[in-house]
Design a protein around this ligand. Structure first.
Ligand SMILES: [Zn+2]
Length: 410
């Protein structure tokens, strides 16, 4: 299957629409501009012949590709998000296609000195000879996740044009606001009507994801005792210093900047402090829930020691659940992953299962009752000026989706 031209035409069209989301917004979707792309996608779904195309008041675009086989088969959902990350400029994206990359520097912008090569991105090395797409140095590309949109749209068009390919009912869902962590807040899992789903929002070709972090938030509050510093001996408790001491006592090998793979961490994200009171917020992350809880006990022990050392201060530490590792839900339905792995192999690739160091829309959907692993798009270096996607990788991802549709109908 060779649909690279179609994939590129779509990617090019989608990345030119600014769909940056905004974490400070109180509306849903968080930015109005996402609806411009939502309307475009809904029109395009109608044009390729998808059924039940709908754009609802939250900006969710849903549609159906009807089954080509008789009898009750599991209904499979395919999902991608329309927004781009607030972390880098997303307006005025000018995509560039670097055909048949020979292995040297990919000059994204000579003027701005933005050059992509294997030194800066070792993952690129495996993609010699492929067509690489980048932006132009002053914005992100937005392959995260417009590559996903293009892949799903092209898969839908292909299946609608090829009724000889056996598959059950497929549901398509394009969602806003993934990058600000609210992507499925209003998503109606029941109305969507899928038995299992896949987000097409991963990265390097061949990788699939069924595991996310377990995530808790933390709040540390210190109430101090303010006394004139000239007469403070044995009478003052300086909340700012007590809070700083606790933060500095956390082991250096359990921080985001010193961990990778399956290693968990605590990150202190905000400190507001004065003599009378201090408040620290942070996050706790680990793929293993037991290890997450053990890190929390470890921080509690540090706090307990600080209480003994500073009896005049009042110190409170609390944790709040944010999300849980979706593997717990996905592994209850083994065929969700076994069909995906078989589909990746049938595309001629060796699947690599990678733990996500974060959350995905799929983790929330999984706990809403819809098991949803994540499939690669062929892209990398997301959320910045060095973002790239391989058109050949996108084409492989498309093949995986077609194989997956077949697999579920067996
Ligand atoms: Zn994404």
């Amino acid at each position: 299957m060779q649909l690279k031209t179609e994939l590129y035409r779509r990617l090019e069209r989608y990345v030119k629409v600014d769909t940056q989301s905004d974490e400070r917004s109180g509306t849903f979707p968080s930015t109005h501009r996402q609806l411009v792309l939502a309307r475009m996608l809904a029109d395009e779904l109608r044009a390729v012949g998808a059924k039940k195309v709908r754009l609802d008041r939250y900006g969710y675009v849903t549609a159906e590709v009807p089954a080509t086989v008789k009898g009750r088969k599991p209904v499979i959902g395919l999902l991608a998000h329309m927004d781009t990350a607030p972390a880098a400029p997303g307006k005025g994206v000018k995509p560039q296609l670097h055909r048949a990359w020979k292995g040297g520097d990919i000059v994204i912008s000579r003027r701005l000195g933005v050059v992509l090569n294997v030194r800066g991105c070792p993952e690129l090395a495996a993609h010699k000879g492929e067509d690489i797409v980048t932006a132009s140095g002053d914005t992100l590309l937005g392959a995260d996740d417009k590559a996903g949109l293009a892949i799903i749209m092209t898969a839908a068009e292909y299946l609608l044009k090829h009724p000889e390919v056996p598959h059950g009912t497929l549901k398509i869902g394009f969602t806003p606001d993934e990058e600000v962590g609210r992507g499925v807040e209003h998503f109606d899992v029941k109305a969507f009507g899928a038995d299992a789903a896949y987000t097409v929002d991963g990265d390097v070709t061949g990788t699939v994801e069924e595991e996310t972090f377990n995530a808790d938030g933390l709040t540390l509050k210190v109430a101090g005792k303010s006394v004139h510093p000239g007469s403070a001996k044995n009478a003052m408790a300086n909340a700012a210093r007590v809070a700083a001491e606790i933060v500095a006592s956390w082991p250096e090998n359990l921080l985001p900047e010193t961990t990778e793979g399956r290693e968990g961490f605590v990150m202190f994200t905000d400190i507001a402090a004065e003599t009378e009171k201090a408040e620290v917020s942070g996050i706790v992350r680990d793929h293993d829930l037991k290890k997450l809880k053990a890190m929390e006990r470890q921080l509690e022990a540090i706090v307990a020691a600080a209480r003994l050392k500073h009896p005049l201060a009042k110190i409170e530490l609390s944790f709040k659940e944010q999300y849980r590792n979706m593997k717990a839900v996905i592994s209850r339905r083994p065929e969700v992953m076994s069909n995906l792995l078989a589909a990746v192999r049938a595309a001629g690739l060796t699947p690599e299962i990678k733990p996500v160091r974060g959350g995905t829309d799929g983790s929330r959907l999984s706990f809403m009752g819809l098991p949803t692993p994540n499939v690669f798009t062929g892209g990398y270096n997301y959320h910045g000026r060095y973002e790239w996607v391989s058109l050949d990788g996108m084409n492989k991802s498309l093949e995986v989706l077609i194989n997956l549709a077949r697999k579920w109908a067996e």
